[in-house]
Design a protein around this ligand. Structure first.
Ligand SMILES: CC(C)(COP(=O)(O)OP(=O)(O)OC[C@H]1O[C@@H](n2cnc3c(N)ncnc32)[C@H](O)[C@@H]1OP(=O)(O)O)[C@@H](O)C(=O)NCCC(=O)NCCS
Length: 200
């Protein structure tokens, strides 16, 4: 389900919220109410190996506000991943649209206490479906640090994305305190349709 109209108690439509539902998860528009859940995710030494660590809650709030304002300007979609069973926000997914070449860039993070339960794979598959079948993008791209073995495994083996290139010394890594390389991956709509055996 995409672009669900949210109604107030009088039945008036308030605004559209991007909602994607899977067996165990709901991906809904990011909200400032997600700050505590985000802090749990990003104030973590484990996450800091792969993404920027946030110890300062107000900086994280700035980031959330930036993403919400980008989202409202249709430059991307920031989703919070909600566990249906408990209603807890356990992760974040993002799709940055590039209207110039009709591609989207996907990124994701899951609260480390919820790893290895298949949530990222379930959420990412739903997001690919959304990108190709609803947004109708030609290609979804993703990238990660060269030492991010978990994400590399997920992109290649779970999501069938193709390795495109490696760029040496691409970004400064605060955790390792040195420049690190990045791997870049892509999945075209054609390959997605073949792989997932879906008809356009
Ligand atoms: C990458 C990430 C989102 C995976 O989340 P997840 O919910 O644990 O992923 P899944 O449960 O769907 O597992 C996907 C695969 O990765 C494997 N995996 C997940 N965590 C793992 C770990 N800590 N060690 C080894 N393998 C792991 C799973 O076993 C599974 O592979 P399999 O089915 O062949 O066994 C999570 O590790 C994370 O948030 N990492 C930090 C952020 C990040 O690196 N984002 C990517 C850059 S944008």
């Amino acid at each position: 389900m995409y672009n669900e109209d949210i109604e107030n108690k009088n039945g008036e439509t308030l605004e559209k919220k991007q909602i994607i539902e899977t067996k165990r998860l709901i991906l809904r528009e990011l909200s400032i109410d997600d700050l505590d859940a985000w802090y749990e995710i990003f104030n973590s030494n484990t996450i800091s190996k792969y993404l920027t660590k946030y110890t300062d809650k107000s900086k994280l709030l700035d980031l959330i506000n930036k993403k919400i304002s980008k989202y409202n300007n249709s430059l991307g979609s920031s989703f919070s991943l909600v566990l249906k069973e408990t209603n807890k926000v356990i992760g974040s997914f993002e799709l940055k649209h590039n209207n110039m070449d009709n591609t989207a860039e996907m990124s994701y993070v899951i609260n480390e206490h919820y790893w290895q339960k298949g949530y990222a794979t379930e959420g990412a598959n739903a997001l690919l479906d959304y990108a190709f079948n609803y947004l109708n993008v030609a290609k979804v791209k993703a990238d990660c640090k060269e030492h991010n073995d978990i994400s590399i495994h997920m992109l290649i083996n779970k999501l069938n994305m193709k390795f495109i290139k490696y760029e040496k010394d691409y970004m400064f890594d605060e955790y390792l305190n040195k420049m690190v390389g990045f791997n870049f991956y892509e999945l075209t709509k054609n390959d997605y349709m073949k792989t997932y055996n879906r008809n356009e």
